[in-house]
Design a binder for this molecule. Structure first.
Ligand SMILES: Nc1ncnc2c1ncn2[C@@H]1O[C@H](COP(=O)(O)OP(=O)(O)OP(=O)(O)O)[C@@H](O)[C@H]1O
Ligand SMILES: O=C(O)[C@H](O)COP(=O)(O)O
Length: 403
């Protein structure tokens, strides 16, 4: 994989460099609640701008439906990028249309532009190769060189991640190089016990990862929205909690395989429940109830792990030589449901082992709950991406940078 260092050595002054970043940051309206993913791409953007490149930064944000949707505009991320760079950042209000073309044409050497959300175009995420190729062609017309630095999205076979690098000279940015360097350690020479904690809300994406992790980890701790499909598979009532009904047979098989292979698969023993999802804007008190994991009433939703589970998971993390944690243990954005995530974060801080936190929301949780980033071995910007990397899968966005 050629890296940006090679590109900088060869010289980029005057060249239009397309930087595929992952600026998929959490937003409260138009306010960015955690800018970690923007800060993570700064070394690449700064180095290119200082070398005189005309830098075109592109990303997705959220999951809009292939058409413009103001709720998912990258404008706040572009503004924050400008603040962090201490320089004006131009913003194109479309992705490959008149605004993008004029904005890129107007860049002087050393200037930076952000184009609008890539997922406003159906071609970005299309499963149809020709549709993706057509969008990649349009993106390629905006640039001379491609730098892949959106680690959080390298597991997606999307036009800007997979098809575009094939059309331009391509290089890995500083963030991708760093992420791959650290995560490789967890695949090559992992120190044991190796404990993986999984939570979060992207249940369908992440359940599949467990299949592979069962062959790699010594212990798996399941929390967050992931837990309820397991509890349901054990025959428990899970009320209106997040549930991936179609995955129940797979999850049942995971539990059987874990038992057979001597992998400890640990589930919550108690949970915090409520009849409704909390108001994350007002943060009005939610007054949750704590119940045993097998006693969730039919009209209630599990929103965090309970106090006994917090103690249990901390004890299961205490002797780990290596920890990988992806996905908050509860709806940490509300203070009444943040304790589970805090307890797991604290257990990682206290761990003498090598600890890695992966995921946009997990990293945001660690920072917004007041933990010192330096207390962790590594904070990865990728959730699904880091999990799939650890699975040993070929990731489209890394494979595309390799040849
Ligand atoms: N029990 C639960 N019910 C519903 N949502 C939950 C639950 N537990 C956690 N969450 C939500 O999960 C979200 C984070 O999940 P996600 O899988 O996206 O995490 P991530 O891997 O860190 O991020 P990413 O995959 O985007 O990089 C948070 O917004 C949190 O509120
Ligand atoms: O948040 C993430 O994990 C990345 O930005 C990828 O987003 P996606 O899961 O919507 O593809």
């Amino acid at each position: 994989m050629k890296t940006i260092d090679e590109l900088l050595t060869d010289g980029v002054a005057g060249k239009r460099v397309f930087v595929r970043a992952d600026l998929n940051v959490p937003l409260d309206g138009t306010t960015i609640t955690d800018d970690g993913r923007i800060r993570a791409v700064l070394p690449t953007v700064r180095a290119l701008a200082e070398a005189g490149a005309r830098v075109v930064v592109a990303s997705h944000l959220g999951r809009p439906k292939g058409a413009p949707d103001p709720a998912f505009s990258l404008a706040p991320a572009a503004a924050r990028l400008g603040e962090l760079l201490g320089a004006e950042v131009a913003f194109a209000t479309d992705t490959v249309g008149d605004s993008a073309q004029a904005t890129v044409a107007g860049l002087a050497d050393g200037q930076v532009a952000v184009i609008e959300n890539l997922r406003f175009n159906a071609g970005e995420t299309s499963k149809d190769d020709a549709e993706r190729a057509a969008f990649a062609d349009a993106l390629a017309a905006l640039a001379d060189v491609y730098v892949g630095d959106g680690f959080g999205a390298v597991h997606r076979k999307h036009a800007s991640v997979f098809d575009l690098p094939a059309r331009l000279p391509h290089y890995a940015g500083h963030l991708i190089a760093t992420e791959v360097g650290v995560l490789r350690k967890l695949t090559e020479d992992v120190q044991r016990p190796y404990v993986v904690a999984l939570g979060g809300a992207k249940v369908s994406d992440k359940l599949a990862v467990i299949d592979q992790l069962l062959a790699k980890a010594d212990r798996l701790l399941i929390g967050g929205g992931m837990a309820y499909t397991f509890l349901k598979a054990k025959g428990y009532e899970v009320g209106i909690s997040l549930l991936q009904e179609d995955q129940i047979p797979a999850v049942t098989e995971y539990m059987e395989r874990a038992e057979k292979n001597g992998v400890e698969l640990v589930l919550p023993v108690d949970v915090l429940i409520s009849t409704e999802f909390p108001d994350l804007k007002t943060k009005a008190p939610a007054n949750p109830t704590t119940v045993a994991a097998d006693a969730i009433p039919a009209d209630q939703e599990g929103l965090d792990i309970g106090p006994e589970t917090r103690k249990l998971y901390a004890s299961k993390l205490a002797d780990a030589a290596t920890v990988f944690w992806n996905g908050p243990m509860g709806v940490f954005e509300h203070p009444d449901y943040a304790e589970g995530t805090k307890a797991v974060a604290q257990a990682l801080v206290d761990s003498p082992g090598f600890t890695v936190v992966g995921g946009g929301d997990s990293a945001a949780a660690v920072r917004t709950l007041g933990f010192d980033e330096n207390a962790f071995g590594h904070i990865s910007t990728g959730g699904g991406a880091s999990l799939e990397y650890l699975e040993g899968k070929t990731l489209p966005g890394l494979a595309a940078l390799e040849d």
